[in-house]
Design a protein around this ligand. Structure first.
Ligand SMILES: [Zn+2]
Length: 395
């Protein structure tokens, strides 16, 4: 089996190897995360598979709908009937195109479900998103672990691509005040679907997706092959199809007070620590490691501990990360139909006094392979849940 695969790999990219700067080993070893499996994501994934990229991680929370078919080369009508997951179907189809490609899928939201340690294991991240909030989170996550990401956007017959490389270019630095206000509004929306309210509604054609998706894949190759000289990092590229305009101009200069520039210089890799452990077990390991009888885990998202019916004032103790607190869950706790529910207790850090010690780290909103922020001995440390290493196995 492995002998056959090796032969196939060599045969697959023999024409690419005629290109003088082609580095087949780097491309076979590469790990690329593609966030979003919509119109752009389909094009990027198809290109990466054809290019014989070794490992592709697909992230999306959505299912396939009929409206996706006109712009998604990897999806079929039969996928809509059973509401199949975009990541599952896309991974299957790119393997049909090129069986050499190894994939891993995360059916989840980039904002809450992908650990930072996963970002740090990638060579490059490609954003195929349709909303600014997700782009902002992607930007911050990539900066924290020093990774480049390639943002693509399409609308109508137009599209643009930006390559963001830490200390060179930054998505947050080029946001306007009104764009930031729009993001703040979205951040307040309780669940994934509401936060991503633009999903599927951007008017566009498969042509813009093909053009921008192709450029994203090409820029990703340059990063994988460390071909910095020709990278678009620090430049913005805009394409307008009606008048055939191609514009390339410099990125906005970096701003000193930008919140995205946080970089985790030192990361402690704790092999015993996993997101599947209970809070109690995790604290025990942290106390041992830091030789301290107390430590605080800072959460990335608020954890809601109590909700109350506004009129009847009936309270319910819960333990749900705020991004996962959907309207559906809220409704379950309503004393009477239509009554408003308000959050009456939420926290953004946990310590040994946390009441739900038996809950797992995942249950309080910490995803596998995440790098958590821990305060111990009056200092802040960044600790990776390295026990989750096998979570990122590509197959
Ligand atoms: Zn910035």
């Amino acid at each position: 089996m492995s002998i056959n695969n090796t032969v196939k790999t060599q045969e697959w990219d023999q024409t690419f190897q005629l290109i003088s700067w082609w580095q087949k080993d780097a491309i076979r070893a590469a790990k690329i995360m593609v966030v979003g499996s919509g119109a752009l994501g389909n094009e990027v994934l198809k290109n990466l598979a054809l290019l014989n990229v070794g490992h592709i991680l697909l992230v999306d929370f959505d299912t396939i709908e009929y409206s996706n078919l006109s712009r998604s080369v990897l999806f079929r009508e039969s996928d809509c009937h059973s509401h199949q997951l975009k990541v599952e179907v896309a991974a299957k189809r790119i393997k049909e195109i090129n069986p050499n490609v190894k994939t891993k899928t995360i059916n989840g939201d980039i904002i809450v479900d992908v650990g930072l340690g996963i970002f740090s294991r990638m060579d490059v991240v490609i954003g195929c998103l349709d909303n600014r909030l997700a782009r902002l989170f992607l930007n911050r996550a990539c900066h924290k672990v020093g990774k480049s990401w390639i943002d693509g956007a399409i609308e109508n017959l137009a599209g643009q691509i930006n390559v963001y490389t830490p200390s060179k270019s930054c998505y947050e630095c080029q946001l306007t005040e009104s764009e930031k206000n729009n993001i703040r509004y979205r951040l307040g929306c309780p669940d994934v679907a509401q936060r991503n309210a633009t999903a599927g509604r951007i008017p566009t054609t498969p042509i813009s997706a093909s053009i921008i998706g192709a450029l994203q894949a090409q820029e990703a190759l340059k990063i994988v092959m460390k071909n910095d000289k020709f990278s678009m990092a620090g430049e913005r590229f805009y394409f307008e199809g009606m008048n055939n305009l191609f514009l390339q101009y410099n990125s906005v200069p970096l701003k000193e007070d930008c919140l995205s520039h946080d970089f985790y210089k030192e990361i402690i890799k704790m092999r015993q620590l996993s997101s599947f452990l209970s809070i109690k077990e995790a604290f025990k390991l942290l106390f041992e490691h830091f030789e301290s009888d107390n430590a605080i885990i800072e959460l990335d998202h608020e954890l809601v501990l109590e909700i109350t019916s506004k009129e009847s004032e009936q309270s319910h103790a819960i333990c749900i990360p705020r991004p996962h607190l959907s309207e559906q869950i809220m409704r379950k706790y309503q004393a009477k139909a239509g009554e408003a529910l308000i959050i009456t207790q939420q926290i953004d850090r946990i310590d040994r006094g946390f009441p739900h010690q038996e809950r797992s780290l995942q249950e309080v909103g910490i995803p596998p392979l995440h790098i958590i922020s821990v305060i111990a001995n009056q200092k802040r440390y960044y600790v990776e849940l390295s026990g989750d290493e096998s979570y990122l196995d590509f197959a």
